[in-house]
Design a protein around this ligand. Structure first.
Ligand SMILES: Nc1nc2c(ncn2[C@@H]2O[C@H](COP(=O)(O)OP(=O)(O)OP(=O)(O)O)[C@@H](O)[C@H]2O)c(=O)[nH]1
Ligand SMILES: [Zn+2]
Length: 202
């Protein structure tokens, strides 16, 4: 198996306990100006800790192992495989608020294909972490390239950053688009055009 870019996957040096995480939420509630001991907020720290386990589940998913099972009986299929409109839920590493959008992931198989849901699982593994969109886009593409060794990989992400819509510049409707094209998608204009046509962006 080729070297993979997982060196970029950080884990906390010493993970705080759940009780410490809940105490931190109580501090934030009080800092926001509310009373953490009032009835409606009593269970909130526990709920927030549980929600964080969901939001940041990606730290506990290994994107390489997700892609390791492949299938060779494809009758030599070597054209574009595209999974489009994958729901994306990520979290801005500057403000810890959601980045919501869609990802489109394509590759050009070389002999073997991967179960199509696995492309969405790789997106999920990197999205459910603290991110900036450029890095998220690159991590997904680089991992697919490193593990599947296809002739090309393309990842396009379109999203809305809530740090821009609900605070700061309050730019409702502004979307951020990033793309990472590797192999034939980068080098061959016809392949890139075909992809954009399949995405309705030709
Ligand atoms: N390139 C990039 N920028 C991002 C992403 N998510 C958030 N940002 C931006 O990161 C920047 C952080 O800038 P700072 O000046 O440190 O933060 P800030 O004072 O909260 O900035 P404002 O959002 O403009 O109020 C902001 O411009 C955000 O819009 C991302 O995925 N990619
Ligand atoms: Zn932000």
């Amino acid at each position: 198996m080729p070297a993979t870019p997982l060196a970029e996957t950080p884990m906390p040096v010493a993970r705080p306990s759940r009780a410490e995480a809940e105490a931190a939420v109580r501090t934030l509630l009080a800092w926001a100006g509310d009373d953490p001991s009032r009835e409606g907020l009593l269970d909130t720290p526990a709920r927030v800790a549980k929600a964080y386990e969901e939001f940041f589940a990606g730290y506990r998913i290994d994107p390489v192992s997700v892609l390791e099972r492949t299938f060779a009986e494809t009758e030599g299929y070597d054209e574009i495989v595209l999974l489009k409109d994958i729901r994306l839920e990520s979290y801005c590493e500057h403000h810890m608020v959601p980045i919501i959008g869609v990802a489109h992931v394509a590759y050009l198989p070389e002999h073997r294909v991967v179960g199509i849901s696995k492309l969405a699982r790789v997106v999920e593994a990197y999205a459910k972490r603290l991110q900036i969109q450029e890095k998220l886009t690159a991590q997904i593409a680089n991992t697919i390239e490193a593990v599947l060794r296809p002739r090309g990989v393309a990842v396009i992400i379109e999203s809305e950053h809530q740090c821009m819509t609900t605070r700061g510049v309050h730019q409702h409707g502004a979307s951020m688009v990033t793309s990472r094209m590797l192999g034939a998608f980068r080098d061959d204009p016809n392949t890139r055009r075909e992809l954009l046509a399949l995405l309705g962006k030709g």
